[in-house]
Design a protein around this ligand. Sequence first.
Ligand code: CU
Length: 468
Amino acid sequence: PALDVPKPNLYQTMHHGSSSSIWALTPDGTMGMPDHMVKSGKFDHPGMVGMQDTSMKHGHTMHHGKPAMPDKSNMHPVDKSKHGSHKPSNTKMTKRHETMENTEHAAHTVPNTQDAHHRGKKYAKNFRLFASDVSSIKDLAAEGMDPRRPWPPYAKLRAIEPTVFTNDKPVRDIRLTLDGDMERYVWFLNNKPLSESDVIRIRAGEVVRFIMINRTMMHHPMHLHGHFFKVINGQGDYAPLKHTVDVAPMSTTVIEFSADELGDWFFHCHLLYHMKSGMARVLHYDSYQPDSEVVSIQSNLFKESWYFWGEADVISNMTEGVLTLSDTRNIFQANWEVGWQEVDKTDWEGLFTYDRYLNRFISVFIGADFLEEGDSARESRGVLGFRYLLPLNIESYAWMDTDGGARVNMEKEFALTPRFALIGEIEYDTHDRWEGKVGLSYTLAEHVSLLGQWHSEFGWGVGLQMRF
Ligand SMILES: [Cu+2]
């Protein structure tokens, strides 16, 4: 029989899970890891956020209410005596000597004054607390977000021979936050896609240290071309060499490599959809000059891709839908709504908008609205507005139009079961007053759902919802 593995509890570590943050009108898009705290070095130690600094216990102000994992004792699923020296007081973070900026352009070198044998130890000292060897406890061996589950077993990896760098190399620290918007599926490093970024500049002869801080709820296996890097995992001189390392959600992973492979090298998340949408950078050696042939095509790498998709409801009393053409920050949409039931003649509306995406919560748009409703003649208006993701993931938009009117719209899809969803939409327009709908959808397949709904103008209807 299958092992009874505890299910991951994603909400346990989500700051959005607290009741106050669910209702916050200015939500925290950084999962409790705002830029100023990242810049202060608060999240530079390997391991899970909130487990690294016990100073929050002593009344220091935090921007999130709770530590990420409320019950620290749960973090010792294996024999406690084995790691007995790691009392919580030992996990208090030491202040870093270097100051770092939250951007690769400001990266700088610091003299390598540490003894090679101790290099990386200040990063590694807390690691074992999160990285206990659990191979002997089978039902805990799968990793996940539940505190009963241990950290991925990187701490078990140990090089056969020492992997220390020679002592005389300067060290360049580069801090990279792993960011993204799971709703729109756009992914960033330091909150920017590849297309908006410059290369990461390094110099031959340095040791380069990447401090990767994952501020998303997804894993990101980060991959560096052309080099093997050390994963700072608590194995000291025997840190393992890898070319790809998983950075778990809400956690920090530190790697170091010797910069001795002159060239331009790609560094990216190895989930290729993430890479394609922007979670990538080019690592450039200062003294390297690529061939003119390469230079001539280099800009292609930084070009944005456009994506097209849409959704269409075709039901017995009406049809509505949207076609979207989008890259990371630009969104073109065409919406339609046509209804023929409970009205004298067919009502229709067509809306065309261009949105500029600012962040996962807000975008601004301009557009044109065309409609013919009831007895009135065909009308056309320009619109200017914004979309905002409200608490409880309610999508909303508001606009002002060129006829001096305004509209507010809110829409919510609420998953009751993996296949059943309750949908609702309500709208107030100063020209046409209230309009709304409520319905149930049942997912038949990836691209098709059954849909039954009531619409305030067109009454009841059943049909299909298609996604493409
Ligand atoms: Cu990724």
